[in-house]
Design a protein around this ligand. Structure first.
Ligand SMILES: Nc1ncnc2c1ncn2[C@@H]1O[C@H](COP(=O)(O)OP(=O)(O)OP(=O)(O)O)[C@@H](O)[C@H]1O
Ligand SMILES: [Mg+2]
Length: 451
């Protein structure tokens, strides 16, 4: 078997007997570290095929560092990860999600070194296949403002990788607030046109009587009030990119004019007779289903084919798994850089509700909720109520009376504890019970206090 370079990451490698059996079995190709930042640097040099992470002893801060230092960055995306985890840790929701989202495989402790060697071999094979399919690490992505490392987001990165190399129209689809404009900007900024202008036109916001002259410009005297020649947005985008946002909202008559421009690459200003050549790349975005609009006769089929040459689909936030947490932390830190606020981080319950919420307004909604919470929160930890989100209740309502009572008890404990900033004395006062009773209930429902 070809030698496999393994990066072994563990909180306390010196006390870890997996290390010695591994180095015995794999020879000098195992690099051991407990420092996630160092691990990230090592991954950058591309030497490793497989990463092995030991989750024991279980430590939430270590998990955070793994996500923040390693999974946050996509450079290592062709590398495959294998986890060593105890059956107890597999009951932890965060560990399970991490494994489901980022790992090729996992072994429960105590592990069998021969079986682990087979897994590492397969993982390394898969890393090779991924490298072939996704040959470049996407340097543009690290420089862009797009955050995320979920498989759904990696698909976006790979489709943007492809569209960067061709000077062809791109159609970006996705629900409202999924980052379509940010993606368009990233494409422009990392394309050969990046020195040219990026001109965004919101097709839904332009008044229909102005849209023609806004896009194509006008000549002096074209209509009353046209005192001098004005360049339209298409001409202003010359040498760069024209971003047609909400392209699905374009009125039909304008669709015909735009189609003419896309076919001929020339325009006439309103009231003008001179044919003007304009060199722009068109990126359009839509949250409406354009295929459906074509079927219903609201969107010209020929224009649709012109715009939809290359395609990038932005996934809804609810399909991006751990990215929700990454984005929430990112918005929290960006806001704190610019503004003074008391809150430093999210409490565990806030992270949990964010994970289970459906996010109809996607990333924009997440950003707004985080910023509002930072303004409103008087505590060091942001709670679900600050985000305007209800506690997540995983139980369906078809339960026994006892279970429903238990759930209600648990819900009220969560709410009151959040309100009281996890102070048991204050919460007991609100609930009208002794703090001994409250401690018993907290234990019964296995609620972990922040302080
Ligand atoms: N992956 C991401 N990383 C960081 N910020 C993001 C990401 N996606 C979106 N945002 C932020 O979320 C907000 C909404 O993004 P954007 O305006 O690009 O979405 P959109 O799809 O164009 O929305 P709409 O359909 O409502 O116009 C912006 O503030 C943007 O900076
Ligand atoms: Mg937009």
């Amino acid at each position: 078997m070809e030698s496999i370079n393994v990066l072994y990451l563990a909180l306390r490698p010196e006390a870890d007997n997996a290390v010695s059996s591994l180095t015995q079995a794999m020879g000098p190709n195992v690099h051991v570290t407990s420092d996630t930042a160092e691990a990230r640097k090592l991954l950058n040099n591309g030497k490793f095929h497989v990463g092995l992470i030991q989750f024991e002893p279980f430590d939430e801060n270590f998990l955070r560092r793994i996500v923040g230092d390693i999974f946050y960055y996509p450079e290592g995306s062709s590398l495959q990860w294998v986890a060593l985890v105890s059956s107890l840790s597999m009951e932890n929701e965060v560990v399970c999600r991490l494994i489901a989202e980022y790992f090729y495989d996992y072994h429960t402790l105590p592990f069998d070194i021969d079986r682990l060697k087979v897994t590492l071999g397969h993982a390394s094979g898969m890393a090779g296949v991924r490298k072939k399919v996704f040959p470049r690490t996407s340097e543009w992505f690290n420089k862009s403002e797009l955050i995320g490392s979920s498989p759904a987001m990696m698909r976006v990165v790979h489709s943007i990788d492809k569209v960067l190399s061709y000077d062809l129209p791109v159609l970006i689809t996705g629900e409202s607030g999924t980052g379509k404009e940010l993606a368009a900007l990233a494409i422009h900024n990392h394309s050969p046109r990046s020195d040219g202008p990026f001109v965004a036109v919101n097709c839904a916001a332009l008044p229909s009587n102005l849209i023609q002259s806004e896009l194509f410009g006008y000549e002096k005297g074209a209509f009353t009030g046209a005192n001098q020649r004005k360049l339209g947005l298409i001409e202003k985008a010359g040498g760069g990119t024209l971003f047609l946002d909400e392209a699905g909202e374009l009125p039909l008559d304008l669709q015909a004019n735009l189609l003419r421009f896309l076919q001929q690459k020339t325009i006439y200003r309103v009231g003008g007779h001179e044919e003007i050549a304009v060199d722009v790349r068109i990126i359009s975005a839509t949250h409406v289903d354009l295929e459906e609009a074509v079927r219903k006769g609201r969107f010209r089929e020929d224009l649709y084919y012109r715009l939809n040459v290359l395609r990038v689909a932005m996934p809804p936030l609810r399909e991006r798994g751990y990215d929700i947490e990454l984005l929430a932390e990112y918005f929290l830190n960006s806001f704190k850089k610019e503004n003074a606020c008391k809150a430093r981080q999210f409490n565990r319950r806030a992270l949990k509700v964010m994970r289970h919420y459906n996010w109809p307004g996607n990333v924009r909604e997440l950003k707004n909720r985080v910023e509002r919470a930072l303004v409103m929160c008087d505590d060091t930890h942001i709670a679900p109520a600050d985000l305007g989100l209800e506690e997540y209740s995983p139980q369906p309502l078809t339960l026994s009376l006892k279970a429903v009572k238990d759930q209600a008890e648990k819900d009220i404990l969560y709410r009151v504890l959040a309100q009281a900033g996890d102070s048991v004395v204050a919460a007991a006062q609100i609930l009208g019970v002794s703090h001994v009773t409250l401690y018993r209930l907290i234990k019964k429902h296995d609620i972990k206090l922040q302080k």
